[in-house]
Ligand binder design. Structure first.
Ligand SMILES: Nc1ccn([C@@H]2O[C@H](COP(=O)(O)OP(=O)(O)O)[C@@H](O)[C@H]2O)c(=O)n1
Length: 481
């Protein structure tokens, strides 16, 4: 059970100082798509134009910026949030005096389904709403594990919706939108299987008392997944409110896919990127042009299978897939996306970091594009399996997260692989996973050994996930293209 509950003390000011915009406010778009009203569509507090910060001038990317390879870059700031961001438990919440509205976002991931229930407060009709808190709960496995039994899959969503009924007051149910977005798990399924699952979920939503918008159940495309996670992290870290245009990049390692998104400082990054890797969107009166890509099949679980040569090997249930990344005497059945595979170490062969690196390299080399700029000094927030494996291998503390360098992953991967028996109890896959992460960061994206990664499961008590960005997208329409 993962319950997250926190409260921000809202801090209001009528005339917004551009540089002091440090609250968790619902971002605004410069040119929202006209909303086509649906019959019975609830209305949300109107956000008057006049109280938005002055639009920032979109500075063209400076031509002269060329990160110097080999320079030791200063460690990033610890990202202490300004005081108004600090969650404070407030028993005498002034909620009753305010207009409160909720948004329910389901993340149907390849390894689990999660519900995020966000509560926003509209203190005053002329103020921007504030994100008050998030309720979060997760179940395993993900929807794709029910590809042969969609009804059961629908039941997992029905169970999660019960939490929403307990969290959102009954009088708000009818105007609270419920949205589900599926990621790599469903992208990897044959279309008709994925559609059967989506249809089932839609049925569950329709029988619920919540507001079901058009297209409320869908598979999200990878580019959007990356952009929305970038929005979440930069919103929670306060970067969307500063006028410096300084932002942080994000690295998300899911079970089925992996995303990299950052705001390029160098024109060369944009020019040398495949055109589909550049996304433009409006947010909070700014236009952002980010580098983003989602690699389907390069999530951690899919990469395990690819390393073993088992990805997509349905019908080969007699076959045992082996790898030198696994302990020699290890043998087990593993299930991903509803398919079970027999895997084992190489009993009379070799195991260890070097051989393992060679194996995982095949899953990365020639697949992952190296953005020009990652050799520079950008700060990247890394979460999902980057975070989980850093905790499991002892690189960081699970309750606090922390900043590490790319070479720390490499050093620990070597240690884990060369002492497999010691780490076996943590996970027999730890060597493979750590080696894959090292290889993805270094050989895939091209990060330097000294690049600093800020590992975080939550930022300011809110899950680092695309789900918050997707909720903003729903309320405000980011207009990504
Ligand atoms: N809100 C969330 C969502 C995912 N995750 C983690 O993200 C990882 C896998 O993400 P996923 O199952 O959504 O994978 P994809 O479908 O994106 O490939 C797991 O380690 C989850 O625990 C998280 O920590 N918090």
């Amino acid at each position: 059970t993962y319950y997250r509950h926190h409260r921000y003390v809202p801090h209001f000011y009528r005339y917004r100082d551009h540089s002091a915009n440090t609250e968790n406010l619902l971002p605004e778009v410069a040119n929202p798509e006209p909303v086509v009203p649906q019959p019975g569509m609830p209305t949300y507090p109107e956000i008057p134009e006049v109280f938005h910060p002055e639009p920032e001038v979109f500075h063209p990317i400076p031509e002269a910026f060329h990160p110097v390879p080999g320079v030791v870059h200063p460690a990033p700031e610890p990202y202490q949030l300004p005081e108004v961001f600090q969650p404070v438990l407030d028993a005498s919440s002034p909620v009753n005096a305010n207009r409160v509205f909720y948004g329910i976002m389901f993340d149907a991931g390849s390894t689990g389904s999660r519900i995020h229930i966000y509560k926003f407060i509209q203190k005053d009709p002329v103020e921007l709403p504030v994100l008050d808190n998030e309720m979060y709960h997760a179940v395993k496995p993900g929807l794709s594990a029910y590809k042969d039994n969609p009804e059961e899959g629908g039941n997992t969503i029905r169970q999660l919706l019960k939490i929403a009924k307990k969290t959102v007051p009954e009088e708000d149910w009818k105007r609270t939108p419920v949205v589900l977005k599926a990621t790599a798990g469903l992208r990897l399924l044959p279309e008709e299987r994925a559609n059967a699952l989506l249809k089932e979920v839609r049925g569950v939503f329709d029988e619920s008392p919540f507001f079901v918008p058009n297209n409320s159940v869908s598979i999200m495309n990878g580019a959007k997944e990356g952009v929305l996670a970038w929005v979440t992290v930069n919103f929670l870290t306060g970067h969307l409110y500063s006028n410096t245009r300084r932002t942080v990049g994000i690295l998300d390692l899911g079970g089925g896919s992996t995303q990299i998104t950052f705001l390029p400082k160098s024109k060369k990054t944009v020019q040398s990127a495949p055109p589909t890797y550049i996304a433009q969107f409006n947010l909070f009166k700014n236009t952002y042009q980010v580098y983003t890509h989602s690699y389907l099949g390069n999530g951690l679980y899919a990469a395990r299978l690819a390393t073993l040569g088992a990805l997509g090997a349905e019908g080969l249930d007699w076959k045992v897939f082996t790898s030198s990344c696994l302990p020699k005497k290890f043998r087990e059945d593993v299930t991903f996306g509803g398919t079970t595979y027999k895997v084992s170490g190489i009993p009379d062969g070799y195991a260890g970091y070097k051989l393992c690196y060679y194996e995982v390299m095949k899953v990365i080399k020639g697949i992952v594009h190296q953005p020009y700029e990652v050799k520079g000094s950008s700060v990247f927030y890394a979460f999902s399996y980057y975070f989980d494996r850093a905790v499991e291998s002892g690189l960081i503390d699970g309750s606090r997260g922390g900043a590490i360098e790319v070479r720390d992953f490499k050093k620990r991967a070597k240690e884990v692989c060369n002492k497999m028996t010691k780490y076996r109890a943590v996970s027999p896959f730890l060597c493979m996973d750590m080696t894959y992460i090292t290889c993805l960061l270094k050989e895939g994206f091209g990060f330097k050994d000294t690049t600093v990664l800020q590992l975080a499961k939550k930022v300011n008590n809110v899950e680092t996930s695309w789900a918050l960005g997707a909720t903003f997208d729903y309320f405000r329409n980011l207009n990504i293209h």
